[in-house]
Design a protein around this ligand. Structure first.
Ligand SMILES: [Zn+2]
Length: 260
């Protein structure tokens, strides 16, 4: 298992490096493949030896090798966060048929959260194809274990969360169309795990968003009307449910039904 975790960590670093490209280029409608990565200040291509996740940034001490303009510490942070999430997902699911589907969720979660913080959008280009990718990636698990009921629960949860967010977007909640379109994707992933995960994921999103929103208002960083990007809270809530959903549900039901 240790070997699996090491391989997944390295995979996470590599994927995180690609996510940095996604985060920068997708909102600008630029191609992900062409041209090669270059310094935004002087335009020089990044050399191969500096293109290694995290280490490249450390070797350069956060500055371009040519013009010495600073490179944001967010690049190594995104790579590290992706690797940490990948390891946590692999530790949770092990070598199962579900693992690739949830690694994919981790990858788009990092990209979507960063883009939403940057430009307050959850691009359709990432969210909509992910409906198909999620279904394709979960298909082997459905076939291997005949988990048709589990997949059905995922689809119902997707419809339920879509409806909930659709209603919230109608209200003056500051929630946008991007949030509504992300909701069924998270609903499917959480519904696959169980209804308690759906409930915890949705509740945690509103709780986290509410607490941070109130804190920003208290610090006068945000007004009552200013829009806060809600995507990062939806994604953080979903991952809280993925990792801690079962223990939280057990704890809660133990409160309702005290064991003798
Ligand atoms: Zn430069």
């Amino acid at each position: 298992m240790l070997l699996v975790l090491i391989v997944v960590a390295l995979l996470g670093l590599a994927v995180g490096s690609f996510l940095n490209v996604v985060i920068y280029r997708v909102p600008r409608n630029e191609s992900l493949i062409h041209p090669r990565s270059h310094c935004p200040a002087c335009g020089t291509e990044v050399r191969n030896r500096h293109n290694i996740p995290v280490l490249g940034w450390l070797m350069l001490r956060g500055r371009c090798a040519d013009c010495e303009s600073p490179i944001s510490p967010r690049y190594p942070l995104v790579e590290t966060l992706t690797a940490v999430l990948f390891v946590a997902v692999a530790a949770k699911f092990g070598l199962t048929w579900e693992l690739p589907a949830y690694l994919y969720l981790a990858a788009i979660a990092v990209a979507l959260a960063a883009i939403d913080l940057d430009v307050m959008r959850l691009p359709d280009k990432i969210v909509l194809p992910s409906y198909v990718v999620a279904l394709v990636l979960i298909a082997p698990a459905v076939i291997a274990h005949h988990s048709w009921a589990q997949a059905g629960r995922g689809l119902i949860a997707a419809a339920v969360l879509y409806a909930v967010y659709f209603v919230f977007a109608m209200l003056p909640s500051g929630m946008g169309g991007g949030d509504v379109k992300l909701a069924p994707l998270l609903g499917f992933y959480l519904g696959w795990l169980g209804w308690s995960s759906v409930l915890i994921g949705a509740f945690a999103a509103f709780l986290l968003g509410g607490v941070v929103g109130a804190a920003l208002m208290a610090m006068h960083r945000a007004g009552r009307k200013s829009r806060i990007p809600f995507g990062p809270y939806m994604l953080a809530g979903a991952f809280l449910a993925v990792f801690a959903g079962a223990p939280i549900a057990d704890w809660y039901s133990s409160l309702l039904v005290p064991s003798a």
